[in-house]
Design a protein around this ligand. Structure first.
Ligand SMILES: [Zn+2]
Length: 674
């Protein structure tokens, strides 16, 4: 409902406060359906999944459920049994993953023991790799590494230039994701510098909470052993370093091998033919006890399955899927997450194509006041109405776009399936500004069950349940492709502003025509056309950069704009401005030495993941950009040449992306008008 209409409704609520719990916009049937949700049952289930189904002392973090391990099979078994008890048909899908199983590491600094975890995909000091034993320690038969510890700040190239040789030493790194991106990059630099091990702490300068142990998959970074300690302990270690040389001793065993992860698929058959199913998905692997991420998702999904299964047979089939290997598990790739949902959407492409709605449940119910419901653009009108009918418009904004951090990306971004999820927290980069900071707990041992932190869970259950209920009953799939056109239009207009030298006219004109066609004929489209249009539009036009799906043209426009900015600045002799523009372009990779930079680029090009399928992640900027950045002070003339060399291919790629968008729009318009 529009904003100006809220006042009379609020007055009405005050007058009849006793009946104000639920909006009048819901039908009696819908109200009865939502009344079946039992929130206390869901909370109990979440606690049970987090604390009791799996409990271990994994060296990757006590309580972790890691892709390809017995713990993951245990979780899968529990979920499969739950589905069976509800009368769902259950099926399991296996897929290959790379597995790292860590024993609890022993870390001593200056003779004092500190709790630590092994960062995922880093090697141990000893263990087995594909059945072959290895030892890379220098004590106790090669099992223990005893080294001098050196503080290298955030582990940037300039830090090492200041500090000097670290060959054969252990580096002590402050992880600062705002500066250095994911820890993969500082670890690549440390290995390149000849360090024999690394101890890391933090995430940003403020997070996680001081006593929290942080885990993350560093994405197939098997260069040197790397442990993570708390920020509080890092403070103590820094004090030791302040009063003289410090020795670090690490003993950590890991078994690294190929293995299988699995997805658990529960199916509740519907009556309708043709069938356009609704799918609910949540990942079951986790770091530590993962109460929020993602016992809340699994627990919510089980409650939704119960609610749907207890009623009469649904119109359309419902699927409930517990995905394995969301956090990590991809083989030899830069983007090793979303592995389970990617395997599912590949193996069941026809089912995914005909799916009316995929609803993702990941880190559900976080206790912020304001949140966002993200969906593919054609479904934003459907969700705005739903949010308004639940009287949540003032707390939840509906936005087009899907993040590549959640399994919804494999459905919406890669397959073009209508997809959605709710997020009650700010995006990663600004999440520390949340009222209850999510980054304080994210992927740490502090992510333990606490009802107070997930107070929005009842709302999320209602939203998810109502979305599936309405979508599976709708006579006509409620997609509005004029909303898709508006989203494309906004994206293109923003791009056009960045690069005035490029003509966006033809592409924008094609989008406008598509919008007009969708406005006049969109309501008459038959179901198969509705399903196909999504697939025609999203996988080809969106890209995965910045972890939030935007337009493919945007990645090239942004890049070109920065190159032009740097060039103009250099022409005016403003080296500092040129540097700033190139730094934005290079991001965290500016902190790398040339060899690890090239190595990261090569990994990008060779990657074999969901990101490679549609070329959705643009590669790191070309080598000339990195080289220009290095040349700024000594030979600005040469830097100018490098920048110019870099921008020619970017401009032609932008032109290509614009032409492609125009062709897709013309075909979509023709399909609508047919
Ligand atoms: Zn998650």
């Amino acid at each position: 409902m529009p904003r100006k209409m809220r006042i009379p409704v609020l007055l009405w609520l005050f007058c009849f406060a006793a009946t104000a719990a639920q909006s009048e916009q819901l039908t009696q049937e819908e109200k009865a359906f939502l009344d079946r949700i039992e929130t206390t049952r869901a909370f109990k289930e979440i606690r049970h999944i987090s604390e009791e189904v799996v409990s271990n002392r994994s060296g990757a973090g006590a309580g972790s459920v890691i892709a390809g391990t017995e713990d993951e099979k245990k979780s899968a078994k529990y979920i499969a049994a739950f589905f069976s008890r509800l009368g769902l048909e259950v099926e399991q899908q296996r897929f290959p993953v790379r597995v790292f199983e860590y024993e609890e590491p022993q870390l001593e600094v200056g003779g004092e023991r500190f709790p630590a975890v092994n960062l995922y995909t880093t090697p141990g000091t000893y263990g087995q790799r594909d059945g072959k034993a290895y030892q890379q320690g220098n004590k106790k038969g090669g099992e223990v590494l005893a080294l001098t510890l050196v503080d290298v700040g955030i582990g940037a190239r300039t830090d090492y230039e200041r500090i000097g040789d670290v060959t054969g030493k252990s580096v002590f790194i402050q992880r600062d994701d705002d500066q250095t991106g994911w820890p993969s990059l500082p670890l690549a630099e440390a290995a390149h510098r000849g360090a024999a091990a690394a101890v890391l702490y933090g995430c940003t300068s403020e997070t996680p909470v001081p006593g929290a142990l942080k885990q993350d998959s560093v994405q197939y970074q098997d260069a040197i052993p790397a442990l993570s300690v708390t920020r509080a302990d890092a403070g103590k270690i820094q004090q030791m370093l302040g009063s003289g040389p410090v020795t670090v001793s690490i003993r950590s065993r890991v078994t690294e091998r190929d293995g299988d992860s699995l997805n658990v698929i529960g199916r509740l058959s519907g009556k309708a033919q043709p069938d356009q199913p609704v799918i609910y998905g949540a990942h079951m692997d986790r770091w530590f006890h993962g109460a929020q991420d993602n016992s809340t998702g699994i627990g919510s999904m089980l409650e939704l399955a119960r609610v749907f299964a207890k009623g009469k047979a649904p119109e359309h089939t419902l699927y409930f899927i517990a995905f394995g290997a969301e956090e990590a598990g991809g083989e030899n790739t830069l983007s090793d997450w979303l592995t389970g949902s990617y395997a599912f959407t590949r193996a069941r492409a026809d089912l995914v194509h005909s799916t009316a709605l995929y609803f993702n449940l990941d880190s559900v119910g976080w206790a912020n006041h304001q949140g966002t419901l993200y969906s593919t653009p054609e479904a934003t009108p459907f969700f705005r109405e739903l949010v308004s009918d639940l009287d949540l418009s003032d707390r939840l904004s509906v936005q087009a776009g899907l993040s590549t951090w959640v399994d919804a990306w494999c459905f919406g971004g890669i397959r073009g399936t209508t997809s959605a999820y709710v997020q009650w927290r700010a995006p990663y980069s600004s999440a520390q500004n949340d009222e209850l900071s999510y980054l304080d707990f994210y992927h740490t041992d502090m992510d333990r069950f606490d009802e107070k932190r997930i107070s929005n869970l009842p709302l999320d259950l209602k939203i998810a349940a109502l979305a599936g209920y309405r979508m599976s009953r709708s006579k006509v799939l409620p997609y509005d492709f004029s909303a898709t056109a508006s989203w494309l239009e906004e994206g293109l207009q923003a791009d056009a502003k960045l690069v005035p030298s490029v003509d966006f006219g033809p592409a924008l004109g094609a989008v406008t025509k598509m919008k007009e066609a969708a406005q006049s004929r969109g309501g008459e489209l038959d179901e198969s056309v509705r399903l196909s249009l999504r697939k025609r539009i999203y996988p080809e036009l969106v890209y995965a950069g910045g972890f939030a799906g935007g337009l493919r043209t945007s990645s090239y426009s942004a890049r070109l704009a920065r190159l032009v900015e740097a060039q103009t600045a250099l022409q005016q002799g403003q080296v500092a401005s040129a540097r700033a523009a190139l730094e934005t372009l290079l991001g965290a990779s500016r902190h790398l030495s040339p060899e690890p930079y090239e190595d990261s680029r090569r990994r990008h090009i060779e990657m074999t993941s969901w990101n490679a399928e549609q070329g959705q992640l643009p590669p790191l900027p070309p080598a000339q950009v990195y080289e220009a950045y290095q040349l700024l002070d000594d030979s600005p003339e040469l830097a100018k040449q490098k920048i110019y060399q870099a921008w020619i291919p970017v401009k032609s790629k932008l032109q290509g992306a614009l032409n492609h968008l125009q062709i897709v729009m013309e075909e979509v318009t023709a399909a609508i008008e047919k």
